[in-house]
Ligand binder design. Sequence first.
Ligand SMILES: Cc1cc2nc3c(=O)[nH]c(=O)nc-3n(C[C@H](O)[C@H](O)[C@H](O)COP(=O)(O)O)c2cc1C
Length: 225
Amino acid sequence: MSRIFEEYHMNSKNYHSQNKFEPIYKIKEIDYSKKITSEVKDLTPKKKYQSYKIKSNRKFSNKEIDIEEILKLIQTTYSIDSFNKSSIPSAGEFYSLNLYVVLQNVKEQKKGLYLYCTRTKKLRFLRKQVNNSYLPPTNNFANKASIILIITSNLANLYNKYGDRGYRYALLEAGHLGQNISIYCSENNLHACPIGGFYDDLLSNYLQLGRYEFPLYMYAIGGVE
Ligand SMILES: Cc1cc2nc3c(=O)[nH]c(=O)nc-3n(C[C@H](O)[C@H](O)[C@H](O)COP(=O)(O)O)c2cc1C
């Protein structure tokens, strides 16, 4: 028997043979000409910390990137210490996200699939295979990235505490981590593009995920030309 969150996941998968779906209604533009606040002031701080500026970049340098640069990015954006102090909030403190790393063009490193371990702050080598067939043609730009970060969630603990609502929390946590990655990259001269479009089953097979671990989000990241 499948649970509601599994049904939801199943029904929102991408497939090669998918048909376009009909929009459910015509979206009306919101009328912003109506004044909502009595006085409109620009309150963004003027000096260093202006409002965050992040940009999706799909062009990557051919130059190999240093592994230190990758580890710094990952350790900064996804950290959990032994007191559960972490770079992202986590419902129930389950930290259900896993971060897989495909090294494609990194100096002196074996190409292949790795898993990031937040406790040891190291990458664990899983296998040599780099197989991006889970990407649709529109996202082929990721083949040229130095690395691809893949965020998955293991739903078991979230489900046991929150039931199907745990699926929402998994998506929200992936968004928190994604935002950290976007901000880090834009502040550290790395090109990055978030990717939600991938063939779920091909990606799950590539990562060899178990029944309750789902791929949710990914980032293509590389150096600037
Ligand atoms: C949840 C999510 C999924 C996305 N998926 C893709 C994707 O599959 N391919 C892609 O090229 N861009 C993807 N993007 C990036 C958006 O296209 C991009 O953020 C948007 O065009 C705005 O541009 P900007 O990020 O440069 O401001 C995604 C963004 C989000 C937030």
